[in-house]
Design a protein around this ligand. Structure first.
Ligand code: CP3
Length: 353
């Protein structure tokens, strides 16, 4: 039976948890839950490219809803990519199979900044906003709709490197050697991300996640100087729209002391840090996470043990959203995903107040 057609009339548990209210049920979703692991998604991909799916609101909406048909998750995340707003302003991005976004030519000079004109969401990414509206209309009241954007640093790495990178050498070289250019680029990207997230909230996204996927490669001092002011500015502008913001960064354990000042409602934890220790260092914010996605490649008893470990560290405190500590890996067996979710629900059942 579809999990979509169950009950109506409830505020999503995820939104309550984002406000640190108790929920009676641990809200759960899975980063990169739409796409990659689902056979029904792969079927769609046989006929359509990734960007085709994004540009077709009906198709994007149906792919967004696919994981909810299969799994007992508490949220849908709109199907798009972090490069969607870049494509919207006319940057030439190719999404290369098994590689990721490739941008040729890359952004390396002051003149290149002109390629990053301000985003006008209704003109530049209307399909994305329409997909949000379509999903919101279909989604039961108790499920949250999440919008998202890549954070300026993570977007800057693709623009400067021209694609995925191992060490972000060109990005860091620009940061250190041409700080004016760096700040010019970050300023433009921040404007874009802010406008993009606000448009998503207006189109029906009830929570917004900012993915700063590669910022864990920076030292704390560089993060603080070259990146954090933009994050804080985006979050304060977006929070004014009323949708809670989840700030997620990979490898961010060393940065939590700074991130705790970001104004995020929810801090996404990567799997490297024990949840209870990270939460203690963050203070009074909600947290999301943080099972290692690779655990789902192990046997069911390890999935169970490690899922329960995350839950025990959260200790049933209000403000925990269960998730992986980064995106689900494409080769993950679906049975293990089901098993992880069952373990969370079983734990909820045993600890219901
Ligand atoms: O994983 C993260 O850190 C999340 C942030 C992020 C997304 N895209 C969000 C996303 C990042 C860093 C990207 C860049 C990107 N885009 C990569 C990674 C490359 C690298 O540098 O390692 C890749 C492979 C793409 C292309 C892409 N985007 C594909 C092939 C797909 C569809 C199938 C899949 O593999 O997930 C996407 C969709 C996408 N990118 C979604 C999101 C949130 C929507 C799917 C979902 O999360 O439910």
């Amino acid at each position: 039976m579809s999990t979509l057609a169950t009950h109506t009339g409830y505020e999503p548990a995820l939104l309550k948890a984002a406000r640190m209210e108790s929920t009676g049920r641990t809200p759960l979703w899975i980063m990169r839950q739409a796409g990659r692991v689902l056979p029904e998604y792969r079927k769609v991909r046989e006929k359509h490219s990734l960007l085709d799916i994004c540009r077709n609101p009906e198709l994007a909406a149906s792919v967004t809803l696919q994981p909810l048909e299969r799994f007992d998750v508490d949220a849908a995340i709109v199907f798009a990519d972090i490069v969607t707003p870049l494509v919207g302003v006319g940057i030439e991005v190719e999404l290369v199979e098994k590689v990721g976004p490739v941008i040729d030519p890359p952004v390396r000079s002051r003149g290149d900044l002109e390629r990053l004109r301000p985003l006008e969401p209704e003109q530049d990414v209307p399909y994305m906003l329409e997909a949000l509206r379509l999903v919101r209309a279909e989604l039961p009241d108790e499920k949250a709709l999440i919008g998202f954007a890549g954070a300026p640093f993570t977007l800057a790495t693709y623009l400067i490197e021209g694609g995925p990178s191992r060490n972000y050498a060109a990005t860091k070289a620009m940061m250190y050697s041409q700080p004016d250019l760096w700040h010019g680029l970050m300023g433009r990207l921040s404007g874009m991300v802010k406008t993009y997230l606000l448009a998503q909230a207006a189109a029906g996204a009830q929570a917004l996640q900012l993915f700063d996927s590669w910022v864990g490669w920076l030292s704390r001092r560089d993060y603080q100087e070259y990146v954090f002011p933009y994050t804080r500015e985006i979050l304060s502008a977006v929070k004014a729209a009323g949708a809670p913001v989840i700030h997620f960064a990979t490898g961010s354990g060393g940065l939590n002391e700074v991130i705790r000042e970001s104004g995020a409602d929810v801090v996404g934890l990567d799997w490297r840090v024990p949840l209870d220790e990270a939460w203690a260092s963050l203070g009074a914010v909600a947290v999301q996470g943080n099972l290692d996605p690779a655990v789902l490649l192990g046997p069911p008893e390890v999935v169970r043990e490690q899922t329960r470990d995350v839950l025990q560290r959260a200790g049933g405190r209000p403000g925990h959203i269960f998730n992986l500590g980064h995106g689900i890996l494409p080769q993950t067996p679906l049975d293990n995903v089901m098993h992880m979710i069952d373990c969370v629900r079983e734990w909820d059942g045993a600890h219901a107040s």
